[in-house]
Write a protein that binds this ligand. Sequence first.
Ligand code: IPD
Ligand code: CA
Ligand code: CA
Length: 284
Amino acid sequence: MSDQQNGAVVGSKSFTAVAINCAAKAGEWIKTKLGNYENLDLKYSSHDLVTEVDKGSETLIKRLIQTHFPHHSFLGEEGVEPGPEASARALEAKLEDEYLWIVDPIDGTTNFVHGFPFFVVSIALAYRGEVIVGVVYDPMKDELFLAEKGKGAYVHGKRMSVSAESALKSSLVATGFPADHHYALPLNMKGLQAIAPQVRNIRSSGSAALHMAYVAAGRLSGFWEIGLNSWDLAAGALLIQESGGKVSDTLGKPYHLGVRNVVASNGQIHEELVGALALADAAQ
Ligand code: IPD
Ligand code: CA
Ligand code: CA
């Protein structure tokens, strides 16, 4: 039975209100734990970190969502076995569900652990596989990026739009250094080698979701990375689409929840960025 039918939901606004509330509450709590976490564990590799704060944030968000929407599905990073195959399987199992919340309780855990103030809570709600609400919250700057499908994207109430650069040579582009050192990192390094001389400059600050939000806000012209998960990208993808930008896989095919190798941009530089990665044999 849908939530519309069982009367649990008044309208899409309540989805958004819950998403904002979850992100704000989790973000505030994470901030109190900065420099203050107790357990640091390794996941998929020695570069893939998790703390009790990641797990606590996910529990807090999951409980809040389940209180409001007990029939909705939930996919959170910390509830999934580490590694790309397990992540893909976990998404696949829930992709057809009517309402699916997709949560990264801390995107930028390495930054959180080192006290580098660039990490966020990322929360998306998908309806039958399509993202309809996306929230990325940066507790250190108290910046909340919000998008609703068809209704635009906002940062603290101000409508966002992507930047105006029309060529790589005038673009500021971000990427990441993935934790998977077998497949994703070498491929991304190949891309970095090719893209760096072609753009104004490169940034890599350690949170894919916040890089995506910055593309939406026009602070970055574009972003690409190999080997990400649905929870890194779902909220940020809607932010960019609703800000007039473009999101695809690294081959240029349209974004969907299963995309792991992403190119996100202001739209104008998209083809050039996808083309440059292809030419460098760094797309997949
Ligand atoms: C990571 C961050 C990082 C990216 C990694 C992600 P996590 O997420 O988004 O920027 O380079 O590939 O796994 O582990 O901090 O949630
Ligand atoms: Ca992440
Ligand atoms: Ca995470």
